[in-house]
Design a protein around this ligand. Sequence first.
Ligand SMILES: [Fe+2]
Ligand SMILES: [Fe+2]
Length: 162
Amino acid sequence: MTFKELTDSIVAVHHSFLRRELPAISAQLEDLAKDLRHGNEISEAQSLFKKVRDKVEAHLKDEETTLFPTGSALELGQTPPQAEFDLLERLASMEKEHDNCGSSLKLLVQMLSQLPASNLQKTLVTSVSALSQDMDEHVRKENTEVHPRFLELLGAGGKSRS
Ligand SMILES: [Fe+2]
Ligand SMILES: [Fe+2]
């Protein structure tokens, strides 16, 4: 599989899933917050989810506008798009975000599991667990396949330009 095929499939499978699920889960959390039994716990869950969602949305944007097109262009021997940030630094911060996001989602599942049971609470536990599992698979592909290949392409592109 080429770098472009690999990253196109990650966007089609995992990024699309996130773009559908993140707003859906925000809406479910808002509905659950209307149930007054939950008090503080639900606002903590909401603010944790908001942090994760903001980070993930910025992360997807950087991958789709810069990281993935740069790797694909280098693979074809074309000029990559102008990056608005240092690619190596951003790659390292992305790996940290992968770790942090995975642990935040696992914590969120725990927090939601401890809320009083209701249909909506169960739906949310199921949605966030599915999100967390999909994120693990997504991050595994990027950490083990996309990032190492990107570094190789960047090295090769650097050499051919000099
Ligand atoms: Fe991604
Ligand atoms: Fe990523």
